[in-house]
Design a protein around this ligand. Structure first.
Ligand SMILES: [Zn+2]
Length: 124
């Protein structure tokens, strides 16, 4: 039977995960607003007689960068949600792969981690 985290420790991680979730959701909203604005600017510049190609391509690069940042944020958010789900099911802090306790030091660095160091290394 794996060691369970103390309730106070669990609460601490739960609070951190919830704060992280709020932060990520706000970030995603920001990106989506920016992307929407970029899209509107881009379509209006298509109609202009002189599109200014250099500027347009650098904007497309910006846009691609934003998209990949958003993808990372979404990945992180799904990990955070997954960890919160495990808090709810009282399995937080236990490795999903081998069932051993994840060291608190690891959770301190990566609160959304659901694998122990060994299993995470094996999976990557
Ligand atoms: Zn493991």
């Amino acid at each position: 039977m794996a060691r369970q985290l103390a309730k106070t420790t669990l609460d601490r991680f739960k609070k951190r995960l919830e704060a992280e979730k709020t932060r990520l959701e706000e970030q995603i909203e920001d990106y989506q607003r920016d992307l929407e604005e970029a899209r509107l600017t881009e379509s209006s510049s298509d109609r202009s007689p002189d599109p200014g190609n250099a500027e347009a391509s650098s904007m497309k690069l910006e846009y691609a960068k934003e998209l990949s940042i958003e993808q990372n944020t979404l990945d992180l958010l799904s990990k955070v949600n997954h960890a919160l789900e495990r808090v709810k099911q009282k399995t937080y802090g236990i490795c999903e792969s081998c069932g051993k306790a994840i060291p608190v030091e690891r959770l301190d660095v990566l609160p959304y981690s659901t694998l122990c160091v060994e299993c995470a290394a094996r999976n990557s």
